[in-house]
Design a protein around this ligand. Sequence first.
Ligand SMILES: Nc1ncnc2c1ncn2[C@@H]1O[C@H](COP(=O)(O)OP(=O)(O)OP(=O)(O)O)[C@@H](O)[C@H]1O
Length: 266
Amino acid sequence: MTTRTTAPPALDVKNVTVRFAGLVALDDVSFTVAPGTLHAVIGPNGAGKSTCFNVLSGLYRPTTGTVRLGDAELTRLAPHRIAALGVARTFQNIVTTQGTVADNLMLGRHALSRAGFAASALRLPRAVREQREHLAKAREIAELTGLGAHFDAPVALLSYGDRKRVELARALCLEPRVLLLDEPVAGMNAAERIRMTEVVREIRAELGLSVVLVEHDMGLVMRLADEVTVLDFGKAIAHGTPDQVRRDPEVLRAYLGTGTTGEDAA
Ligand SMILES: Nc1ncnc2c1ncn2[C@@H]1O[C@H](COP(=O)(O)OP(=O)(O)OP(=O)(O)O)[C@@H](O)[C@H]1O
């Protein structure tokens, strides 16, 4: 896998508010994901984490506020335009059980294809060459995410942990500069969580991309995050390193107020 030499631009979330009818799901939220860092967004249930992710990936338009990736304003772009600027996301719920691992990763390469449909269908030399290059890249990403041995296997036959990593690998096939990880270990057993933690570490080291992580598993957040933003009732109540936020009185109040404590809730 080629290691990226240029750092991704900063991702800047500025004064973002999202209103649904009378409800304020995000209330004037600002934070910056510094280039090449892993930034976690945590908070109790209903705090606004998914809303925040949906704004970053373009599924929701904020009522006010902006999201910028370097010089590019993402705020009003459609999801596929945001993806084309190098922001890829995973989804909390695994959506695919169709096809092989290779098929799914090639879907992730689709947005990067230059040869048109007709050229591919006619198997013109340029299209054939491009297809071969995409397949080689997909195989590299499968290796990096621990799926190399399953490259030609049907996804439906894989374990839950492996399928979650197919979802991650599919997003990586877009060669993103920023990866949005939506609860990557949800529903996993302890061994699968450890494996996913290792893989996230490896992709960061190898690809140098920025990662935004929404995750309920506080152990994972504390092990992986460089910086954490804590949401509560739509407001950002704390920012800092994992150590700083875990000792922040406002954060403790937010979690204790929901009846959850310790490392298993976010
Ligand atoms: N499409 C929507 N329409 C109306 N209200 C919504 C919508 N999406 C989210 N909300 C509300 O916005 C608030 C924030 O929800 P959100 O799903 O962002 O929280 P969350 O932190 O991701 O919660 P969880 O940890 O339970 O997934 C909640 O009160 C939720 O009911």
